[in-house]
Design a protein around this ligand. Structure first.
Ligand code: ME8
Length: 615
């Protein structure tokens, strides 16, 4: 029975370009939406950006641009990334869209009319990266428990939402709707949190202005999470999603596990207060690490989904992240594993099945017939569907790969190349399998599934397959996923995982303070400078080091002219063993920045007499 299905991703902060984690949620949501369209369900898929809040306001300020210009830039980056990754969202919402802002104010008014909002004074802690208030008890040694960074003291007038009033209604709702929070571990976590007691929460800020103005309350902007969560509802008041907050719609919010409290406690409470229905399911997926480490700019291991999809194909990237971990579990991303799966499962299993089948049909020039089902297709397909309905795309893919492998084994076993083999039957059966796969793979491999159907000579768009065999005219096969050989593999790995910065010095590389103190560093003043004959890089300098005058040779002639140097104060190493360079004696060294070529001489930011010790 066709139904109405509405799936959402979190709306992402416009603080940077999207990475693996953002692409993951969006690709999973896309696969679910495509699956439901395939079934003939009336489907809507929403994603977008979270433009407001203190975090974005500060980043914009640091970049010396307006918050709007800052938000526009990254919202565009998200839009472009989703286009490149074949994301089929029906709308893209931004919290700065005027109609969204109006809905936020509407919701605020409804909650206020219910008597759920009151004015008070807030004093507590705030983590800007989380955009979240913390109580003293929740902090870990004064640090945010998520970011492990110091939190900020907030003391301002603020509107409060009576969350405490919803403790019992929420618990009753969770009990009656076990499907609301998934998977089970998150449901237990959230329920324990609510049972532990809910405090009223602050829902407005006055110390910055980058947000939706609170209705009839000058100087207050709506707390960024109330603003952001409302997006799921406000989008359904637009033409593209009109009516998708109705009671009959299956609404699935797909999110990362770190924001479960906002989606499974605050959002349902806001909706109850406003007299609106709740989502059907909040599904909290796990987190990706990269080679066992947290993804971070500092570590330089942030995975760019666009680079991988350019090099390997969008569908190969989509396949890997959908297949590698069951939805809900944490996953570890490794570039090696990506290439291994590519060769084994895409190039070998699936690519070969299609290639061999079409090759033989072409070679034997026969008209295939199919009337039996040696693959237990019907059963497998209903399991595939069940997994998709249960939000388990990795399991649905496993089911399909069982079929792919059965197809290859069937060809090996039936050996249609033998003269007495019943070729039309054998080839008809595997051809039919390829046809069905070209439909069922569409949610995961939208681009290659179209190519499969093209090679099979099917002019039908993807839809849920019927079992009647159809006549179709296969064309000559070209590899769906060309194999990656070892050379190319090395090349790709070198490109994707560039050498990290040198690790911090090991014990052997470190020196002690006593060793450092052996350096006789002093302020020196240049008294004279002249070229060294026949050495275009060198200058000969006389330096006043307070207690004496020293002659040194310095490789700075390509950066400085002699006359620029006279009078300059520099840092001088006075106890370097003397040496003779190009026939000139050199007794010490002036410190300078630059590796091969000197870029700048060391200097002092205030005046100090020649000979002053430097330490
Ligand atoms: O939280 N592994 O936005 P955000 C898996 N604006 N998923 C990851 C991930 C990782 N390492 N890193 C990020 C916000 N994600 C708010 C949401 S919704 C009303 C407001 C994904 O830009 C995951 O879906 O920080 C996570 O929940 C989301 O990106 C956080 O994106």
């Amino acid at each position: 029975m066709a139904k109405r299905f509405y799936v959402t991703t979190p709306i992402y902060y416009v603080s940077d370009v999207p990475h693996l984690g953002h692409a993951y949620t969006t690709i999973v949501a896309d696969a679910l939406a495509r699956y439901h369209r395939l079934r003939g369900d009336d489907t809507r898929f929403l994603t977008g950006t979270d433009d407001h809040g203190q975090k974005i306001a500060r980043l914009a300020e640091a970049a010396s641009v307006s918050p709007r210009a800052f938000a526009d830039k990254f919202a565009d980056a998200y839009r472009a990334a989703w286009r490149a990754l074949e994301i089929s969202n029906d709308d893209f919402i931004r919290t700065t869209d005027p109609d969204h802002e109006a809905t936020v104010q509407d919701l605020w008014r409804r909650m206020a009319e219910k008597g759920d909002i009151y004015l008070g004074d807030y004093e507590g802690w705030y983590c800007v990266p989380c955009e979240q208030f913390y109580t003293e008890k929740e902090l870990e040694k004064g640090h945010c428990p998520v970011h492990k960074k110091p939190v900020e003291k907030v003391k301002e007038q603020s509107y409060y939402f009576r969350l405490s009033k919803y403790q019992e209604p929420l618990l009753a709702y969770y009990a009656a709707h076990p499907e609301l929070i998934q998977p089970e571990v998150r449901r237990n976590e959230v329920m324990a949190f609510v049972r532990g007691g809910l405090q009223d929460i602050s829902i407005s800020r006055t110390t910055f202005q980058w947000g939706v103005p609170v209705p009839e309350a000058k100087g207050h902007v709506v707390y960024v999470w109330l603003d952001a969560l409302t997006n799921y509802y406000s989008a359904t008041r637009r033409p593209a999603l009109a009516g998708f907050w109705d009671d009959d719609v299956e609404i699935v919010h797909l999110i990362g596990k770190e924001i479960s409290r906002f989606h499974a406690v605050y959002w349902p409470a806001f909706l109850m207060s406003a007299g609106l229905r709740l989502p059907t399911t909040v599904f909290c997926h796990g987190w990706w690490t990269v080679d066992g480490e947290k993804m971070s700019k500092t570590l330089g291991n942030v995975v760019d989904p666009l680079v991988l999809s350019q090099d390997l194909g969008v569908d190969a990237f989509r396949y890997f992240i959908l297949r590698e971990v069951p939805l809900g579990a944490d996953g570890d991303f490794s570039h090696e594993a990506l290439l291994t799966r590519y060769n084994a499962e895409l190039a070998n299993d699936l690519g070969n099945l299609l290639n061999r089948t079409l090759g033989m049909v072409h070679k034997y020039g026969i008209v295939p017939k199919s009337n039996i089902d040696p693959f237990d297709l019907e059963n497998r397909v209903s399991r595939y569907s069940k997994h998709m309905e249960e939000l388990q795309p990795s399991r649905a893919l496993e089911e399909l790969w069982t079929l792919v492998r059965k197809g290859n084994a069937f060809i090996d076993e039936k050996a249609p190349w033998k003269p007495d083999a019943p070729r039309p039957q054998i080839l008809g059966d595997v051809l039919e399998l390829c046809r069905v796969l070209s439909h069922l793979l569409e949610p995961f491999l939208p681009e290659r599934a179209v190519e499969m159907r093209r090679q099979l000579g099917l002019d039908e768009p993807a839809h849920f397959p019927s079992w009647q065999s159809r006549t179709f005219a296969p064309t000559v096969a070209t590899p769906l996923f060309p194999r990656i050989d070892d050379d190319r593999k090395k090349e790709l790995l070198a490109k994707w995982t560039p050498k990290r910065e040198a690790p911090p010095a090991s014990d052997e590389d470190q020196i002690t303070f006593e060793q450092f103190q052996k350096l006789d560093l002093r302020v020196g003043q240049v008294l004279s400078a002249e070229p060294v004959p026949k050495a275009k890089k060198l200058l000969q300098l006389t330096i006043d080091i307070g207690t004496a005058k020293r002659q040194v040779v310095a490789g700075i002639a390509e950066t400085y002219r002699p006359e620029e140097l006279v009078g300059k104060k520099v840092i001088f190493l006075a106890n370097l063993k003397p040496a003779t360079i190009r026939g000139v004696r050199s007794e010490g060294m002036i410190l300078a920045a630059g590796d091969e070529q000197v870029v700048a001489l060391s200097g002092l930011d205030r005046d100090a007499a020649p000979g002053t010790k430097v330490r």
